[in-house]
Design a protein around this ligand. Structure first.
Ligand code: FAD
Length: 429
């Protein structure tokens, strides 16, 4: 096995939704930055998981998240044919401004940006160990044929599961009850408008009764007709109960469960009159997971904070989505009252009692209900940019990131086109 030795200012573990943006911000602010990413491309759940409709960059009134994530989204949209949402539909409770993007193009654009920023991107490497080292961390990652030892002044954990925090034995939370995951795929080869809704529904109900389809194969079965599944081409319509990305064993099990469901669905759909030629034109390699560990941070974002649109004293970005808990029976949702836009405090990105260690993405410190909303992609990107700024400034100032004055972080974020909350809730661009 080849032993590699590196020395960087900022090491980002996990180059997914939040991690790419964290690394870009750190590198663009002058920090020598590396990413360790276990997949073969950047983007995480957006690209490898195929969940490619980032939400919400906009409230009904204004843009609330911009910066580096938005820049990559715009670059991606300039190269694909995905539609823009209808911004004239200003439903104050549920803006529905998901912005569809082509995930393959996003992976290309994100990688180009990383290379141009001088980031060392280490694909197919997984975090193996992390230990304290004077003035920072000694981190081991392993990949086929290599063991990499990296000294880093700051580590940013963007693994989605808080893996670095877990190895360090810092506290994480994980409930018995967790949201199901979804393996993303897309059906093609039929025209949903030509199908007989009643016949389709009869076939669906019979297949459920006979066991040819199973609960979760169409997660909206309790309140929607199967024609909706077909209209959506199966995209985000399936639930994998118990999906868990925290170990290779649990992720493998979720992948297999998801693929078995897709096969059942494909076989079933081809029995429907008018769908005889149905097939798959997309199937992503991993099951996307909604919920695993959340860190215990200096500040925990609660449901009350989220629903009241709390602006924290140390807010570094906005976040907006509805409370969105997927369950075995569908989904439980609660919408944020109009004109409220919650925020993410820096304290929720710092594992309690730690130094030179930051977290961004779905595993930040929050209760389960707040997590169900703030886990969305635009919010993860904004948090990523905030921790990238804090880490780079810490290195530059010679202090741990947690001791960087909040105003310095906000100023750097603004320099890089992020939108930083102000105490009156108006945006500061
Ligand atoms: C089915 C589903 C549908 C969703 N729908 C939407 C939606 O429509 N709109 C929206 O905005 N959000 C949606 N979300 C939420 C959102 O996609 C995720 O919460 C968000 O992308 C998580 O970002 P992250 O950066 O925390 O993790 P990820 O994007 O998953 O990134 C984590 C990265 O870390 C890497 N990694 C993990 N462990 C290690 C390790 N030990 N060593 C090295 N690398 C590692 C992974 O390979 C990955 O690249 C959905 C989520 C799911 C699961």
């Amino acid at each position: 096995m080849e032993i590699l030795q590196d020395d960087v200012d900022v090491l980002v573990v996990g180059g997914g939704t939040a991690g790419v943006i964290a690394a870009l911000q750190a590198a663009r602010a002058g920090a020598k930055t590396a990413i360790v990413e276990m997949a073969g491309q950047l983007g995480g759940t957006i690209t490898t998981g195929g969940v490619s409709a980032p939400a919400y960059f906009f409230s009904p009134d204004r843009q609330i998240i911009a910066g580096i994530g938005w820049e990559l989204v715009l670059q991606t949209k300039a190269l694909d044919n995905t539609p823009w949402p209808d911004f004239s539909r200003r439903n104050p409770l549920r803006p529905s401004y998901h912005i569809p993007i082509n995930p393959a193009v996003y992976a290309l654009v994100a990688e180009e940006a990383a290379l141009e920023a001088g980031i060392d991107v280490h694909y197919h490497e997984i975090l193996n160990d992390i230990e304290r080292y004077p003035g920072g961390w000694s981190v081991q990652s392993v990949g086929k044929g290599i063991l990499r030892k990296t000294l880093a002044r700051e580590v940013i954990d963007c693994t989605g599961d808080a893996d670095a925090v877990g190895i360090l034995d810092l506290p994480r939370e994980r409930g018995e009850l967790r949201q199901p995951g979804t393996l993303e795929f897309r059906l093609c080869g039929y025209n949903a408008d030509d199908l007989d809704v009643e016949v389709v529904q009869e076939h669906f109900e019979a297949a459920m009764q006979d066991g040819d389809l199973q609960p979760g194969d169409f997660w909206r079965a309790e309140d929607r007709l199967f024609i909706e599944f077909l209209r959506a081409r199966g995209v985000n319509q399936q639930h994998i109960f118990g999906a868990d990305s925290t170990t290779a064993v649990t992720q493998s099990s979720a992948n297999v469960k998801g693929r078995r469901a897709v096969l059942r669905l494909l076989r079933f759909v081809r029995t429907l009159p008018g769908c005889e030629q149905a097939t798959l034109d997309k199937l992503y390699p991993i099951a996307a997971v909604r919920e695993t560990y959340r860190i215990v941070g200096e500040t925990k974002i609660t449901y009350d904070d989220y629903i009241s649109g709390r602006i924290f004293d140390d807010a570094v970005c906005y976040t907006l989505y509805f409370i969105d808990v997927h369950t075995e029976h569908g989904v439980e949702q609660e919408f944020i009252p109009a004109r409220r836009v919650p925020t993410i405090p820096l304290g929720s990105l710092i594992p309690k009692g730690s130094k030179r260690l930051l977290v961004a993405g779905r595993s930040i410190s929050s209760d389960r209900l707040a997590h169900s909303a703030l886990r969305v992609e635009a919010s993860c990107m904004a948090m990523g940019q905030a921790v990238g700024a804090a880490a780079a400034l810490g290195v530059k100032m010679g202090v741990p990131s947690r001791d960087v004055p909040i105003e310095a972080i906000r100023a750097l974020l603004k320099e890089h086109d992020a939108i930083v909350p102000t105490m009156d809730g108006s945006e500061a661009v």
